[in-house]
Design a protein around this ligand. Structure first.
Ligand code: GLU
Length: 313
């Protein structure tokens, strides 16, 4: 009997997706060594816990032509594999719209006409944490809405019924962070990242989210929305970022940081992978290791908790 059969039987005939981890890059350019390291960690966490591993292109905005394929090629060239197909969020727009309609039908959303500037300049309401949406459009009358509309299409915000939410993170423990009336559909009609990520993780059985710790403050909003939609929030592992020698998040401006740049500098994908193992304390200098070999010695309890300062392979 295969495992999918077992899952079907346990779910009373309904087919449930197998539990999975994922890597979800935005195809806005080539992956750099920090992104590759996060992808490797996401793969290790998933594969060493009997999960599927899925790849999702978060291409709702900032997509650069051809960068999805280059990212796929780079991930393959360091040895990653995943269960096909690669999901593209732009193929799922009707699904995101249906969820926005459902939430709206349930009275869980409101239209927001605020500009970024209005939000920044609005006095924050009592009990509203700093940086949270100040509630300007939350309770408008129909007449006020018409007045504010002013020809501009509204964004849609979730009507949050809490100001904070707790998530469980393997590195951070119980992490409690702010939840506000966040945007789920932007005023250009694009589904917001926080909405799409929640819908997709749930739809594909992703119950383990491993990603850079720059995103940890988004996790409470996402977990709250997941719960609101009747899904179990995933467990999180927010992993340390890769920084340049000035302590700033690594970026393309830091020189040879993509596989293509490094290849031009005479450094192979295998050498890049070896540098990633060293940065994770999983191999000694000069030691090469395949992903499968690394999985055999992977112990998440021993991963470094500090950022990796990258100054070349
Ligand atoms: N697409 C996001 C990024 O590239 C990551 C989203 C996520 O892992 O939840 O930063």
């Amino acid at each position: 009997m295969d495992t999918s059969q077992v899952r079907r039987d346990l779910s009373g005939g309904r087919s449930a997706p197998l539990p999975a981890g994922r890597f979800a890059p935005s195809p806005s350019g080539d992956l750099h060594i920090g992104n590759l390291r996060t992808a490797v960690l996401a793969w290790l966490f998933a594969r060493t816990t009997n999960r599927q591993f899925l790849l999702r292109m978060e291409d709702l905005d900032r997509a650069a032509v051809g960068s999805d394929q280059r990212q796929i090629d780079d991930l393959r060239s360091i040895g990653l594999d995943w269960e096909p197909p690669v999901t593209y969020q732009t193929t799922r727009l009707a699904i995101y719209d249906a969820v926005v309609s459902q939430l709206t039908g349930d009275g869980r959303t409101f239209e927001c006409f605020c500009t970024r500037r209005e939000i920044l300049e609005a006095p924050s309401a009592p009990h509203t944490p700093p940086g949270a949406y100040p509630g300007t459009c939350a309770n408008l009358t129909a007449a006020q809405r018409d007045e504010r509309r002013g020809g501009r299409p509204p964004a849609i915000r979730i009507r949050a019924e809490t100001t904070e939410f707790a998530v469980s993170d393997q590195f951070y423990g119980e992490y409690i962070g702010a939840v506000d009336d966040f945007v789920i559909r932007r005023n250009d009609g694009t589904p917001a990242y926080n909405l799409a990520v929640v819908i997709d993780d749930a739809a594909f059985g992703i119950d383990q989210v491993v990603r850079g710790d720059d995103l940890i403050s988004s996790a409470p909003r996402q977990a709250y929305l997941a719960t609101l939609l009747g899904h179990q929030a995933p467990t999180y592992v927010h992993v340390p970022m890769v920084l340049n020698t000035k302590g700033i998040r690594l970026s393309k401006r830091d020189g040879a940081v993509t596989l293509a740049d490094l290849r031009d500098a005479g450094i192979s994908a295998a050498q890049v992978l070896a540098a990633i193992w060293r940065s994770l304390g999983m191999a000694s200098p000069g030691e090469t290791l395949s992903l499968v070999e690394a999985a055999a010695r992977f112990d998440s309890a021993h991963l470094p908790r500090d950022p990796w300062i990258f100054d070349g392979v």
